[in-house]
Ligand binder design. Structure first.
Ligand code: GLN
Length: 508
């Protein structure tokens, strides 16, 4: 068997490595060559670390040769979202304020990748501090969707999704506070998983909103996501919110799902997230996927989660409150950028902070800092933050009630396919609406996956199918996701990404 060095899945790469049919150096070189070829047009990466990746690949090959691979994915290269700290490699979070900052430590997930032998190709582009749904809020320019370079790749993790969709990396890490792994997955035809809150360590994830953020896999197949999830997941004493219990068997669940048998499984279609406000082609693909679950033996019912209609408003209070307090530490004294105010002879510390924050943060970040500071100010705290927390509890209760009736809940991942770059940039509310269906999971801490569900008829662009499960039952995502993937690929005659245009020679 010989594999395509860039288009193969991570599982296929791992098997070829184990069989001695390729080497990690060869795979890593191929990934870096793909970046040379297409990333001028896509702009998935902020920093590429060819030297570091090739050195790690050589070490991996030595382990394979000695018969002592460090993990199932030892030697398979990966891209990492630039919100995760990496020793010796820049970490900007897509912001000017962190330009030039080289962290002195690895995020736990990065340390786990290294321990498992995955060469890190580089750091991927993102909306500034993970605020956005299009990657257009990056201070370093937008990422382009490999399906149509004039369109957004989703956000905030558009760089990770685009790197995987354009075959620059078989695997990537993303982070999801309100949908930033799943929505980019949906609009680029890739798989994205937001694990259970506390299931993957947040240590070294530069926080946007601590009670909502989760790190998770961005891949081309459901099985690859499970393989990666098992490497990054599990208890971490460095994260006080980390769950101290073993992960459920994720890879096993994916393999079982791929056999296509979902008998005994009860699926709930969320009434509030599968009707109004969705593009017709997105809904058509969603309904087709639901029919495939039925054909695989699942029982499907409709389930109402009445408080989900308040999820967006709740999120846009909780998130800015937490973000405004998290971002206070970027004060020009400790990290990155320092701007001296113009025309001031001996500026005070406060004047330097003001000038730095003014120059270092983009508009969306400032908007949220103002919103959060306002909502947390004395006299308003209970009316805004307090109310949002109470509604958050109601949303969790909706999930709990729903999961008494069904094993998993489903909806389209995103209400539309990828829109044009610039289309929603000046309309924050239109931008926020992209996460209508993904936000409830973050508010309640439950896990979710987005699986490609085909191309919308009207524009030929990818759509995503979201599966949500109870907290700590992440294995159900993989079972259902793999079953759906198998059924859809049988219809498409192969992976959806085979239908994407080839970008070689695409100039910009
Ligand atoms: N798009 C949402 C936001 O702008 C979610 C971002 C995320 O998950 N990081 O907040």
């Amino acid at each position: 068997m010989s594999i395509d060095l860039t288009r193969a899945s991570a599982d296929e790469m791992a098997r070829a490595l184990a069989a001695g049919e390729t080497t990690s150096v060869e795979l890593t070189r191929a990934a870096l060559a793909a970046t040379e070829l297409v990333d001028g047009a896509v702009h998935a990466y902020l920093h590429v670390d060819a030297e570091g990746a090739l050195a790690a690949a050589a070490e991996s090959d030595a382990r394979r040769a000695a018969g002592t691979p460090a993990s199932a994915l030892d030697g398979v290269p990966i891209a990492v979202k630039d919100v995760l700290t990496t020793t010796g490699l820049p970490t900007t979070c897509g912001s000017k304020i962190l330009e030039g900052w080289i962290p002195p430590y690895d995020a736990t997930v990065v340390a786990r990748l290294k321990a498992a032998g995955l060469p890190i190709l580089g750091k991927t582009n993102m909306d500034e501090f993970a605020m956005g749904s299009s990657t257009e809020h990056s201070a370093y320019g937008p990422t382009h969707n490999p399906w149509d370079l004039e369109r957004i790749p989703g956000g905030s993790g558009g760089g990770s999704a685009a790197a995987v969709a354009s075959f620059q990396a078989p695997l990537a890490l993303g982070t999801d506070t309100g949908g930033s792994i799943r929505q980019p997955g949906a609009v680029t035809g890739t798989v994205g998983v937001k694990p259970t809150y506390g299931g993957v360590s947040r240590y070294g994830l530069v926080a946007m909103a601590n009670s909502l953020d989760q790190v998770g896999p961005v891949t081309r197949t459901v099985l690859d996501a499970a393989l990666l999830h098992e490497i990054i997941g599990g208890h971490d004493p460095l994260d006080s919110t980390s769950v101290d219990q073993p992960l459920p068997p994720l890879v096993e669940a994916a393999r079982q799902g791929a056999t296509g048998d979902l008998s005994g499984l009860k699926v709930g279609v969320i009434t509030e997230l599968s009707g109004e406000g969705y593009q017709s082609g997105v809904l058509a693909r969603f309904n087709e996927s639901v029919d495939l679950l039925v054909a695989a033996g699942a029982e499907v019912v409709e389930v109402s989660c009445p408080n989900f209609v308040h999820a967006l408003a709740t999120y846009y209070l909780v998130m800015p409150c937490e973000a405004s307090s998290n971002l206070a530490k970027f004060d020009a004294m400790r990290y990155g950028l320092r701007v001296l105010p113009e025309g001031v002879e001996s500026p005070s510390a406060e004047e330097v902070m003001r000038a730095t924050r003014d120059a270092g943060f983009g508009d969306e970040v400032k908007r949220r800092i103002i919103l959060g500071t306002y909502a947390l100010s004395s006299g308003y705290y209970d009316a805004y933050y307090g109310t949002a927390q109470r509604v958050r509890t109601l949303i969790s209760q909706d999930f709990a009630a729903a999961f008494e009736q069904v094993d998993v809940l489903v909806s389209p991942t995103s209400p539309t396919t990828a829109f044009k770059l610039g289309e929603k940039l000046d309309d924050p509310l239109a931008m926020y609406l992209n996460d209508l269906a993904t936000i409830p999971a973050n508010l309640a801490g439950v896990p979710g996956i987005s699986v490609p569900s085909g191309l919308a008829e009207e524009d030929g662009l990818p759509t995503g199918f979201q599966v949500l499960a109870p907290a700590l039952a992440d294995d159900r995502l993989y079972r259902v996701g793999a079953a759906l993937e198998a059924a859809l690929e049988a219809i498409w005659g192969g992976p959806l990404l085979d239908k994407a245009p080839t970008l070689e020679g695409a100039a910009r």
